[in-house]
Ligand binder design. Structure first.
Ligand code: S3P
Length: 174
């Protein structure tokens, strides 16, 4: 099947712009957008922060697998995932069934700037933000790259530019 006829699945580290670029892609392609974090929050009636605090990361990861199963592989859409979705190999397998996997990246200074000094993200609550991010990146970068059909570096680019680059690479019409 040609890329243009498949769903687009956005993966990548926190702060790479998955949510904003997913919104933009949904607009320009007129496809529905599904965001796994939002689906989980709706399902459990709690914010991601509360889910981590009350139920723990392991339960959150289980929920990620569940919502990926709930998505319809036959529906042409834009699927936005949370940064840790690739940690479960079964999820990567499922994402491949769902569509073309596009990994968004950004260099460290860009990520640190975008993530700001304070964060609502439960995994970034700690003393040394840079060390936390570096440790997570070391663990995850090979997994992101192994899972991706296409890698797009978003450093220094606007959301529109990234969305356009993805459309061009996947030969999607405007
Ligand atoms: C996480 C990323 C978050 C969210 C949760 C865990 C991660 O999503 O799923 O806080 O493990 O990287 P974003 O990548 O949209 O920030």
């Amino acid at each position: 099947m040609q890329n243009g006829q498949r769903s687009i699945v956005l993966i990548g580290f926190m702060g790479t712009g998955k949510s904003s670029i997913g919104r933009r892609l949904a607009e320009v392609t007129r496809r529905p957008r599904f965001d796994t974090d939002q689906m989980i929050a709706t399902r459990l009636g709690m914010s991601i922060t509360k889910i981590f605090a009350r139920l723990g990361e392991e339960e959150f990861r289980k929920q990620e697998s569940t919502v990926l199963q709930d998505l319809d592989a036959g529906q042409l859409s834009i699927i936005v995932t949370g940064g840790g979705v690739v940690l479960r190999p079964e999820n990567v397998k499922r994402l491949r069934e769902l569509g073309t996997i596009v990994c968004l990246t950004a260099n460290l200074p860009t990520l640190l700037e975008r993530l700001g000094r304070r964060s609502h993200r439960p995994l970034l609550r700690g003393e040394n933000r840079r060390e936390l991010v570096e440790a997570l990146l070391r663990e995850r970068e090979p997994i992101y790259r192994g899972a991706a059909d296409l890698v797009v570096d978003t450093s220094g680019l606007s959301h529109d530019q990234v969305a356009q680059s993805i459309q061009d690479s996947l030969a999607l019409g405007d």
